[in-house]
Structure formats: structure tokens, C-alpha cells
Design a protein around this ligand. Structure first.
Ligand code: PGA
Length: 245
């Protein structure tokens, strides 16, 4: 599974250029689930491109709100489902840090969509927590949101160390692999029905380092920010994942 998170980037012209660059570089195979999460206002534009004709390409949302109603600026789970979004990212570290999202809100969001569409829950430690060897404690705490929830195969975890996002720094592939194993074990022992989720890695993934991550047993794919803004680079990463390049 390879997911593009465009964050608050892009415009109509970029979507056309991105689509052309992606389609001229992507080697078609149905192997990987490919997701693109544009800013919500562009979801419909992307659904209208040729990308949407490829079965393996799925358009999703970067977040949802905890409910509908009098919540100015928000987008509800019902709305993204209305647009046929096939996944939503939840709990990205930028949501936690810039918008003060807490575990209880994140849990409410998961409860809203987990049974209806794929939920990509982001977790990750800060640099300070990493230096103080608190990574596993922090992740375990963030994973408490899945406690006692009956999850089907729709839950995916994205391990995104905050210090690796947009910095060019990453943990070693082996370190990530060990953390992913830990995450799978924690989710299996805390969810109501012993779910064993896919775990994606996110944080400065690019076409040069992708292969080193994808070789690892417990790295099931990637969540990509910066490198996903270029259709060619994003296609190349998928080709590497699919082994077609
Ligand atoms: P990055 O972002 O690939 O630019 O590091 C990843 C993310 O925030 O999901």
C-alpha cells in the first residue's frame, strides 16, 4: 500500500500536470493499493481525471471531523463517503501538533469510519522522545485509541516519527522493521478482535531510499508527503514497491 499525502498543497493546474507525469511513469499492475489524499476541496477534481479509471488507484481524505453539524470549516465522515473516498488518514502528527488533536478525538474519528472505509492511523514519536528512548512508550500510548474497538481489516497504521517528516532524516530500515513488529503486536493484543494491521512507514521516503524500506518484512508500504507532490517521483516509488522497476 502506497499513499500520497499532499497536505495543504496543489491547485487545479498542478493536478493536470501531476496526472500526466504520473501516468507516463507508472507501470500498470494491480499489485499495490495506491491512495492519493489531496486537500478535500480537490477530491472531486481528482475523481474526474484519468487516474480514476485505474482500479488500483483510490482517492481519500487527509482527515475527517468528529461529527457533522455546527462545526465551521469541518468535513464529516458522511461527506467523504458521499464522494466515494476509499480511505482517510487520521491523527497525522501535524493535526496533533498544529491543531491540538488529542487521543480521545482521534478515537472518535476512528469510530466514525473504521467500519466504513480504510482508516490510516498515524502515530510517531518526537525527536526528544526518541533520544530519551521513549519511542515504544509513546507509540503504545497513541495506540490506546484502538483499545476495545472491534476492527476489521480496514485499520492501517502509519508509523511516522515526527523528526523524520520533511527533514530528510529517517530511522534505519532495520529499526523501522522492529518498530513495525512492535506496533502489530500491540494492536493485536489491544483491539477487540486481535486485528493484525498493515503498517506503513512515513517520513522522508523518496525514490532513492524506498527500496531499502520495502525489503523489510514488516514494512507493508509507505505514506509519502513531499515526494508525492511530483507525479513522476510518486510513480517511481510505486514501481519500486511493485517490483516493476
Ligand atoms: P514527508 O511527509 O514524506 O514529506 O516526510 C510524510 C508525512 O507527513 O506523511
Amino acid at each position: 500500500m502506497i499513499i500520497a499525502n499532499w497536505k495543504c498543497n496543489g491547485n487545479k493546474a498542478m493536478i493536470n500536470e501531476w496526472t500526466n507525469n504520473f501516468l507516463s511513469n507508472y507501470i500498470e499492475t494491480k499489485k499495490a493499493f495506491i491512495g492519493i489524499a489531496p486537500p478535500s476541496i480537490y477530491i472531486e477534481s481528482l475523481l474526474g481525471t484519468k487516474l480514476n479509471k485505474l482500479e488500483e488507484i483510490n482517492i481519500g481524505s487527509q482527515d475527517i471531523d468528529i461529527s457533522s453539524g455546527a462545526r465551521t470549516g469541518a468535513i464529516s465522515s458522511e461527506m467523504i463517503l458521499d464522494f466515494d473516498c476509499k480511505f482517510s488518514i487520521i491523527g497525522h502528527s501535524e493535526r496533533r501538533q498544529l491543531f491540538n488533536e488529542r487521543n480521545d478525538e482521534i478515537k472518535q474519528k476512528i469510530l466514525k469510519i473504521a467500519k466504513k472505509t480504510i482508516t490510516i492511523l498515524c502515530i510517531g514519536e518526537t525527536l526528544e522522545e526518541n533520544k530519551n528512548e521513549l519511542t515504544r512508550d509513546v507509540l503504545k500510548k497513541q495506540l490506546e485509541v484502538v483499545k476495545d474497538i472491534e476492527l476489521n481489516n480496514s485499520l492501517v497504521i502509519a508509523y511516522e516519527p515526527v523528526w523524520a517528516i520533511g527533514t530528510g532524516n529517517t530511522p534505519t530500515p532495520n529499526n523501522i522493521n522492529e518498530i513495525h513488529k512492535f506496533i502489530k503486536d500491540v494492536v493485536q493484543s489491544t483491539s477487540d478482535n486481535s486485528a493484525f494491521p498493515l503498517v506503513l512507514y512515513g517520513g522522508s521516503v523518496n525514490q532513492d531510499n524506498a527500496e531499502s524500506f520495502f525489503k523489510e518484512k514488516f514494512i507493508d508500504g509507505a505514506l509519502i508527503g513531499g515526494a508525492s507532490l511530483d507525479g513522476k517521483k510518486f510513480a517511481n516509488i510505486i514501481n519500486i514497491f511493485n517490483g516493476t522497476k
